[in-house]
Ligand binder design. Sequence first.
Ligand SMILES: *[C@@H]1O[C@H](CO)[C@@H](O)[C@H](O)[C@H]1NC(C)=O
Ligand SMILES: *[C@@H]1O[C@H](CO)[C@@H](O)[C@H](O)[C@H]1NC(C)=O
Ligand SMILES: *[C@@H]1O[C@H](CO)[C@@H](O)[C@H](O)[C@H]1NC(C)=O
Length: 262
Amino acid sequence: MSALRFLALLAVLLATARAGSAARADIVGGRKARRQQFPFLVSLQNQGRHVCGGALVHPLFVLTVASCFQSRNPGIVTVVLGAYDLRRQESSRQRFSVRSISENGYDPQENLNDLLLLQLDREANLTSDVALVPLPPQNATVEPGTSCQVAGWGSRRRGGRLSRFPRVVNVTVTPPDRCRPNNICTRVFTRRGGVCEGDRGTPLVCNGLAHGVASFTLGPCGRGPDFFTRVALFRDWIDSVLNTPSQEHWPEGPPTEPMGGL
Ligand SMILES: *[C@@H]1O[C@H](CO)[C@@H](O)[C@H](O)[C@H]1NC(C)=O
Ligand SMILES: *[C@@H]1O[C@H](CO)[C@@H](O)[C@H](O)[C@H]1NC(C)=O
Ligand SMILES: *[C@@H]1O[C@H](CO)[C@@H](O)[C@H](O)[C@H]1NC(C)=O
């Protein structure tokens, strides 16, 4: 899709969103997740504050989005696994710094290829609180109408507080006409629902596989569609990164701060 067509689509979607009713809802429209329900969920933190989500895809690697960071460089970020209650120092947690990052053609203008692999400084221990999420095969598709789940510590509205516990919402994959080929888009059709600030980078799980990572949303949170990077387009690339971990610290330069948001 050209930049112009995308902008036109964006304008239409924003107008649609404004015209909608202003019902309040909670992610948005979700419910509190149970402890250990999403053991692959990652909290990326800056000075103890959650900024973005991610997914553990290998004992050494977390999948998130490039748009969580202000520049191509990795953030000064702590990777927290096994978290549930953000206000407590839980014994289930494992904390890491990032050894290196890998991206694959991220285009911030068009928000394309919004994907990032963070290599941890050491291997995670897999426990009942820390587990891997499987990825779809290269080029696998998800049919419109498929029900998927997305969970995260994101706020319930723009500018709102982060959630203390992860919340989960069931979302539906939309038809392609309101999306882009490199994204998977979802909505909650029956009420407001979806991702919000702090959910960027969090995985979209369809049929047990992390088919998407939260990239951006249009208009107010919860109206949709929410845009996820289509992970299946990157499976071969992801495997190539996972199979050749970096030995160096920061091979691509010094880190910058993560900015979070969505
Ligand atoms: C994993 O477990 C081993 C053995 O208990 C421990 O020494 C190590 O620090 C643990 N690693 C992490 C990342 O917590
Ligand atoms: C995935 O799709 C691309 C582009 O259509 C194609 O070149 C590639 O061979 C496909 N790979 C697999 C494993 O199907
Ligand atoms: C949400 O999806 C999960 C997993 O597919 C399913 O088990 C659950 O019943 C769904 N919940 C609702 C409220 O639809």
